[in-house]
Design a protein around this ligand. Structure first.
Ligand SMILES: [Zn+2]
Length: 129
């Protein structure tokens, strides 16, 4: 009894399946989102997240902005804006500038500068590439 055509096909099929199993199973990869300490919802975009508190937990950029806007007693024409490096600022828009020109009234160092949150380190690595 020789190897029939069906047997050959079965072997090929088995081989293919074995190779297929070696492929990474992306759908099984668990992505764990941290939840925002301000609103409690998961933070899905780390690129726009702001590190809050001692642990450097990520919070939504919008939540931090809202929180700061409520904390600071903003006068007319003033608003909170992000000026980079974990720093927000109370700024006063210059009349007629359409939001492109402003004067910094108060700087708010929001992110702990000494703290290098893991998730942020990973992101800066990715960006540098
Ligand atoms: Zn939030």
């Amino acid at each position: 009894m020789g190897i029939t055509e069906t047997d050959k096909n079965n072997r090929n099929e088995q081989h293919r399946r074995k190779n297929f199993r070696k492929r990474p199973r992306w759908h099984n990869r668990q992505v764990e989102y941290k939840s925002c300490p301000i609103c409690g919802k998961s933070v899905k975009s780390m690129l726009t997240a702001i590190a809050v508190n001692e642990e450097g937990d990520p919070a939504h950029f919008d939540c931090v902005l809202k929180q700061l806007s409520e904390q600071e007693k903003l006068a007319g024409g003033e608003k909170i804006t992000y000026i980079g490096n974990g720093t927000f600022a109370v700024v006063k828009m210059k009349p007629g500038s359409r939001g492109s020109a402003f004067t910094v009234i108060k700087r708010i160092q929001y992110e702990n500068k000494d703290l290098k949150a893991d998730w942020r380190k990973r992101i800066s690595k990715r960006i540098k590439k």
